[in-house]
Write a protein that binds this ligand. Structure first.
Ligand SMILES: Nc1ncnc2c1ncn2[C@@H]1O[C@H](COP(=O)(O)OP(=O)(O)OP(=O)(O)O)[C@@H](O)[C@H]1O
Length: 236
């Protein structure tokens, strides 16, 4: 399997505080990889670095061999939470803005996802419930046609049935060569989706494993994560 993402010795500080220390890992093309870790472990920060948003780190990040942040930005769709977006804007307007901003935005893919997730484009952003806002973010993120998707806690605040629906939408939509890095606190929610896991703890990657290897050892991914969380480092 070819490597889509290759992170080598990434170290990152913010206001003199260490956030990530010599983080190294790889993600194969076409895989769905869980980025697991407790609150504050650095998952969002690592995604911000991968996507080219966070600057000033040491080490290297390559997506399809591209290491410059400006080049990586074109190759990644990151699930921004629309924090800066105008709450009075209609969803249709925001979709239009995405089309203008991202030439790789696929309107028909968006429409399929939006229909499946029952999003109403006539609603204003501020009228959406927390869960529906998350669904909107997922549809916008997955509608871009890029090699790498970064989904940062896509299910936070979403009810169980909607979670199932979003997971179904990811599986239904996913082209074979699309690669997804997904973070979530509820490991059991995403366990069935995953081909591999990367665990962050104390600023470092403390474990990497193939999901099949974990299952062959008779463990659930949730148990594996709990063992790492309470124990030490483990690598395939
Ligand atoms: N702007 C900032 N200034 C200083 N420290 C920050 C800043 N943003 C994040 N941090 C710190 O960086 C660390 C990693 O944060 P990050 O949001 O990446 O973790 P996370 O694993 O995504 O956490 P969560 O699961 O709670 O979302 C935390 O200790 C956090 O307090």
């Amino acid at each position: 399997m070819t490597e889509l993402l290759n992170i080598k010795n990434v170290t990152y500080k913010l206001n003199l505080a260490s956030i990530l220390t010599t983080v190294s890992c790889t993600v194969p093309t076409g895989s769905i990889v869980g980025l697991l870790g407790a609150n504050g472990a650095g998952k969002t920060t690592l995604m911000r670095i991968i996507s080219g948003i966070a600057q000033g780190y040491h080490g290297s990040v390559a997506i399809n061999g591209e290491t410059r942040a400006a080049d990586r930005k074109r190759l990644v769709s990151f699930s921004h939470q629309l924090d800066g977006a105008n709450n009075r804007a209609h969803l249709g307007q925001i979709v239009h803005d995405y089309q203008t901003l991202y030439p790789d935005f696929d309107q028909s893919a968006y429409q399929q996802l939006a229909d499946f997730l029952e999003l109403d484009s006539k609603k204003r952003l501020g009228q959406l419930s927390k869960g529906n806002r998350k669904k909107f973010v997922i549809a916008l993120t997955l509608a871009r046609q890029v090699p790498l998707y970064l989904l940062d806690e896509p299910f936070d605040g979403i009810d169980g049935m909607s979670r199932k629906k979003i997971i179904a939408s990811i599986l239904k939509w996913k082209p074979d060569d699309a690669t997804i890095l997904i973070s979530d606190h509820h490991v059991d929610d995403i366990a069935n989706l995953l081909d591999a896991v990367i665990v962050l703890k104390d600023q470092k990657v403390v474990a990497t494993a193939q999901a099949d290897t974990i299952r062959q050892q008779g463990q659930s991914i949730e148990d594996y994560y709990e063992n790492i969380y309470t124990g030490g480092e483990q690598h395939d």
